[in-house]
Design a protein around this ligand. Sequence first.
Ligand code: SF4
Length: 401
Amino acid sequence: MQSIKRHNTVPVSIDHVLVGGNAPIVVQSMTNTDTADVVRTVQQVAELAKAGSELVRITVNNLESAKAVPEIRERLDKIGYNVPLVGDFHFNGHKLLTAVPECAEALGKFRINPGNVGRGKKRDEQFASMIEFACRYDKAVRIGVNWGSLDQELLATMLDENAKLAQPRDLALVQHDALIESALGSARKAESYGLAHDKIIISCKLSGVQGLIHTYRDLASQCDYPLHLGLTEAGMGSKGIVASTAALSVLLQEGIGDTIRISLTPEPGAPREKEVIVGQEILQCLGLRSFTPQVVACPGCGRTSSEYFQHLAEDIQSYLRHQMPIWKDNHPGVEDMSVAVMGCVVNGPGESKHANIGISLPGTGETPVAPVYEDGEKTVTLKGDNIAEEFQVLVNQYVER
Ligand code: SF4
């Protein structure tokens, strides 16, 4: 497999999690609970961590939520989830950290949006105050610029300067430069206030795929801070997944990106963990990390009359995902395994032989038997009504061996 050369960045520690340098690309997510609701927030952080989120961001938007943070940390530790918490601050972060310094202590990282720290002279003061807390408690900071809340004063200044040029640049280019300057200028300021270079992570999120790629390529060429990748407001369902995958894959393939978050708008009733799974799958498909054995399944066609095999593929994938917390410590390398579930004899035996373990189910008109292949050899033929259960047992035995 072609290896991807990662962009050179300085490693940043967020509690026990390393982001940047040559550390594996970190998958992170964010809760959507009211942080002041300690019980629900702890529950959702635990669910996200269990699904594989290696950092979890929580919003800290008022005094109640700031006061809740130390208790959330304590309860998570008690139930065995040491996932670092990232505090998302906007508008009043300086006040909240001043009022509840324990909140700063309990967090692993602050996310500061330079577009939302204040206006005029107060902006620098308030930003400096938050950086001071990060320095005092030895915390990392993500300077998180967002297209939707770009620093309007900075943009206005840059537009004025542009207008004075003999040949003013395109408005879109000035906006692009303003995004980058907001991030890198804030990082420079943070360092001038005493924050160490290896405590800073940068993000510059947009909702358009081409704009995001352009911005991160430029960011990567201008700094060695670790970069947090994510398409903001990616959207719902398949659109959100496709747009995020399209944008992030291009950048990750170029070695850009040290941590990712897939911002999906959850469909009603959909589990919040979906964004973690999508993030893991992007990294695994690109060969950058392995999390769970992957199921290779055909799409089905007129040669197979039932959707039985598609259900089997789905069941096996969720079974494998479910088993990972149990397997991962006792069976190192299991996450690199592949399992084929194929619908008929056309491609079934071939794909099954290439997988570690695979099954070729009978298509329409074929003998109702399902040969199973392990490491390229046919080992057994299943038949009858319990093929799914029997195949699951064989997968389990394969892993145990
Ligand atoms: Fe159709 Fe068979 Fe190919 Fe599956 S393996 S898509 S059932 S021809």
